[in-house]
Unconditional design. Structure first.
Length: 413
């Protein structure tokens, strides 16, 4: 089903589960922080579609952002069609930029990519040399990804500076040799970095390594992964650091907020289908961590519970390193419904809370279900795909998209 149904004054938890619920008011709150940072620093902000690409809420994001950045042909096309000035519903008169990047383009993709892109960023010098002539013929600015070989990431799987990394060029002599072909660079070496000091030190290291190169450029993208929407983050310090950097090297700074754009704005609403006991309390919900919140499985993190039995509670997952005394047999492990043994949303401590033991039919909503979740959802086990539901700014609720057997069948062959 591709049509949008608008439901007025509906009790949201009463909708059939599972579904992703996006809250436009929460998104706008993040947008306002991003806009403030841009106002103070002079930076431009591009939505990172690799993190979040649910275009049903782009209309409320467009007034605050300067465009989109992508990681593939499909993403750059989506950004052009749904966020650019040609997109329907845009209330902004500002020119929206569409940046194209990919770890590796195939030759047959380049003409179409260039038909959508305002800038194209190549991951390697070999890719740049292979395709630069086509970009130059269309007068599209060219960039190159740099790898400073340092990063702020606590996860090796997400560390662009990991050993033998393919993400960007690091050899200064080789980069200098192609400077006449590029107008800017992209440097993405942060992941969930909520420390201004760590970011500033990392940027200083980049300046020490590539400062003379930066002075010859028109723009520098510093990527995403900077968690500047955290409650106590020193936004003004970050803005000054970015402004000073921009003025020192005479470049336009770009940021690529993904998670920062939609943090706290999405939940996955589920229903308990079964309860069991095997030394601990067990509950099975009608969604799957592997199919519907895959990023948490990859990074071995638990899903935060933001609502249970339709009551807002602050129930933190039990950390795996907690000792056995803390990991009481009264704890509850919440499982997904797929056949994967490790399809686990998390282990939760309901002791000393007002929450009664989970029962069949209870509703559970898992938080942070927007970034790197909806873009990774899949049809593993043929488990029902969550609908996409949006709570609009006026409080109305849209069922933006529902999925059925035909969608599952069409995803195969």
């Amino acid at each position: 089903m591709n049509s949008t149904k608008t439901l007025q004054s509906i009790d949201v938890p009463a909708l059939p589960t599972p579904y992703y619920l996006l809250d436009e008011a929460a998104i706008v709150a993040n947008m306002q922080i991003i806009a403030r940072l841009c106002e103070l620093s002079g930076a431009k902000a591009l939505l990172a579609l690799k993190c979040f690409a649910t275009w049903g809420v782009f209309e409320v994001m467009q007034p605050y952002l300067h465009g989109t950045t992508s990681s593939s042909l499909n993403e750059v096309r989506l950004g052009y069609e749904t966020f650019g000035n040609n997109s329907n519903g845009s209330n902004s008169t500002d020119k929206k930029e569409t940046h194209a990047y990919s770890v590796a383009y195939s030759a047959d993709e380049i003409p179409e990519v260039l038909s959508y892109a305002d800038k194209i960023i190549f991951n390697s010098i070999s890719q740049l040399q292979a395709f630069k002539a086509q970009a130059q013929a269309k007068d599209i600015p060219i960039g190159l990804r740099l790898n400073p070989k340092t990063s702020n990431s606590s996860f090796i799987i997400a560390d662009p500076a990991r050993p033998f990394s393919r993400l960007g060029e690091h050899n200064k002599d080789k980069i200098t040799a192609i400077l006449s072909d590029i107008t800017g660079v992209m440097i993405h070496n942060n992941c969930e970095n909520d420390s201004f000091e760590a970011f500033s030190d990392s940027l200083a290291d980049i300046e020490a390594r590539f400062g003379d190169i930066l002075q010859q450029l028109d723009w520098v993208s510093l990527g995403g992964g900077i968690h500047f929407i955290a409650p106590n983050y020193p936004l003004e310090k970050l803005a000054k650091r970015l402004k000073d950097f921009s003025e020192k090297y005479g470049v336009q700074v770009y940021l690529e907020p993904g998670e920062a754009s939609i943090h706290g704005a999405g939940t996955l609403v589920t229903t308990v289908l079964d309860t069991m006991h095997n030394d601990k309390n067990l509950a099975v919900v009608d969604a799957s961590i592997e199919a519907h919140m895959l990023d948490l499985l990859i990074y071995r993190e638990s899903a935060p519970i933001v609502a249970i039995n339709e009551q807002p509670l602050d129930i933190a997952p039990v950390a795996s390193e907690d000792n056995e005394k803390q990991r009481s047999t009264d704890h509850t492990i919440i499982y997904g419904r797929s056949c994967l043994a490790g399809d686990i949303f998390g282990e939760y401590n309901f002791v000393n809370t007002a929450q009664k033991p989970l029962e069949i039919g209870d509703k559970i909503a898992f938080g942070n279900a927007a970034g790197y979740t909806m873009v990774k959802k899949n049809w593993f086990n043929g488990v029902n795909m969550p609908a996409i539901v949006i709570r609009r700014l006026d409080g109305s609720v849209d069922i933006q998209r529902e999925f059925d057997y035909q969608d599952y069948k069409a995803s195969l062959s």
